[in-house]
Design a protein around this ligand. Structure first.
Ligand code: FAD
Length: 369
């Protein structure tokens, strides 16, 4: 009997080649919020073109399904710290981009589909000097934001749990899992193909190579790989691991809504009657500059102490589940949307704000393609 070769075994049928395995017009690496939104906006612009997303997880597996679900434009102390680094104009532009990105997200998918709740956000302070500095800048920032966003008196002084706080009345909370499911449902309805559990090893103009050696030709390619981009091309984007846990239900949980602490490094919110708490990456930045998922004990212990000492949770509270996600940070926190080769684009470096700016970044890369 003739020998059956691997090539024969792998040979695709005519039907497969013409409806499932054809070369796409646009190939997107990564099925997170940026990759999936890029597919959506591209299909809206060019309904007849074929789009394929290649995603290495069995679901999107970077940050988009592993974040805290804050629909936010940022806290006062975060903005002031950023202004020190990037200047006031850049930070005001960033706030505006976050705001417009959130409107785009809510209009595209609908509040019900993403589990959006207009709960308002609050930044709490234990450092009175930092609080005084932030409080002293509220009037100025409110005026500038009213001019840009058309929303008056966004930030105001308040108090919660015996702590000084600054409220952000336009902040919301959403369900990141529902968001990503409804986004993928929407692109499926538009005919976008997604290959799950397939990792791309290398990219060059006109084609990508999968980790199993298969090559896929494509007219255009977009890298929507955020914190994992340095594995595919030269970039200044650094991976940054973020940690989160959710507690078991806590009776009469006083922390309802979304909350920030310490320049945005610590964040917490309620999910039903449970507390979600995370962040504190600044405690061990070097070890957290990684694209490996995992839990850093120093950070976890710090957050547990914070829950006990600052949030005053009842003594018997317990962690129900914990996880990590990988962000992609750029040196100036501005996302990178640029060609890296002929017809190969990068849309990455969302710098921890991708729920807010993800769709806006996708829209911009589609305009350029
Ligand atoms: C703990 C945490 C909390 C956060 N909280 C918030 C928040 O409250 N609000 C907010 O606005 N933002 C938040 N963020 C940031 C936000 O989640 C991200 O900015 C956003 O999800 C980035 O989306 P993305 O599509 O660019 O990247 P990702 O969601 O990371 O998607 C990239 C995808 O590419 C895939 N991929 C990578 N390499 C390859 C390859 N070689 N081949 C195939 N596929 C590949 C990955 O599996 C991944 O699914 C948080 C992030 C973390 C980690």
């Amino acid at each position: 009997m003739d020998e059956i070769t691997d090539e024969m075994r792998a040979a695709a049928s005519y039907w497969e080649k013409t409806a499932w395995k054809q070369s796409p017009d646009l190939l997107i690496v990564g099925g997170g919020i940026v990759g999936a939104s890029t597919a959506l906006f591209y299909k809206e612009k060019y309904p007849d073109r074929d789009v394929l997303i290649v995603e290495r997880g069995e679901i999107p597996e970077g940050a988009s399904t592993r974040n805290a679900g804050f629909a936010c434009i940022g806290s006062m102390s975060e903005h002031l710290a950023d202004m020190e680094i990037s200047g006031k104009e850049t930070v005001l532009n960033r706030i505006e981009r976050r705001w417009r990105g959130l409107q785009l997200l809510r209009n595209t998918l609908g509040d019900e589909a993403i589990g959006y709740e207009p709960v308002g956000g609050r930044e709490i302070f234990t450092d009175e000097e930092l609080y005084d500095t932030c409080r002293g800048r509220i009037t100025e920032l409110n005026k500038q934001l009213a001019d840009r966003l058309g929303e008056k008196e966004i930030y105001s002084i308040t108090e919660i749990g015996g702590l000084s706080a600054i409220k952000n009345r336009v902040e919301g909370a959403l369900h990141s899992g529902k968001l990503m499911r409804s986004l993928h449902q929407k692109i499926a309805e538009k005919g976008v193909r997604v290959w799950w559990n397939k990792s791309i090893d290398s990219v060059k103009p006109g084609s990508v190579t999968l980790s199993d050696g298969e090559e896929i030709q494509a007219d255009k390619i977009v890298l929507a790989t955020n914190g994992f981009t340095s594995g595919l091309t030269d970039t200044t984007i650094k991976p940054a691991r973020g940690y989160l846990f959710v507690s078991k239900p806590i009776e009469n949980l006083p922390w309802c809504g979304t909350f920030h602490y310490n320049k945005g490094y610590i964040y917490f919110r309620n999910v039903g009657d449970c507390l979600m708490l995370g962040g504190a990456r600044d405690l061990d930045k070097e070890r957290e500059t990684t694209s490996e998922f995992g839990v850093n004990k120093t950070i976890k212990n710090h957050l547990v102490e914070f829950a006990n000492g600052v949030l005053n949770l009842p003594e018997d509270w317990e962690i129900e589940m914990e996880w990590s996600g990988i962000m992609g940070m750029t040196p100036d926190k501005e996302p990178i949307i640029k060609p890296v080769d002929e017809n190969v684009w990068m849309a990455a470096g969302l710098s921890g704000m991708g729920i807010a700016i993800g769709m806006d970044v996708a829209k911009k890369v589609v305009e350029k393609l």
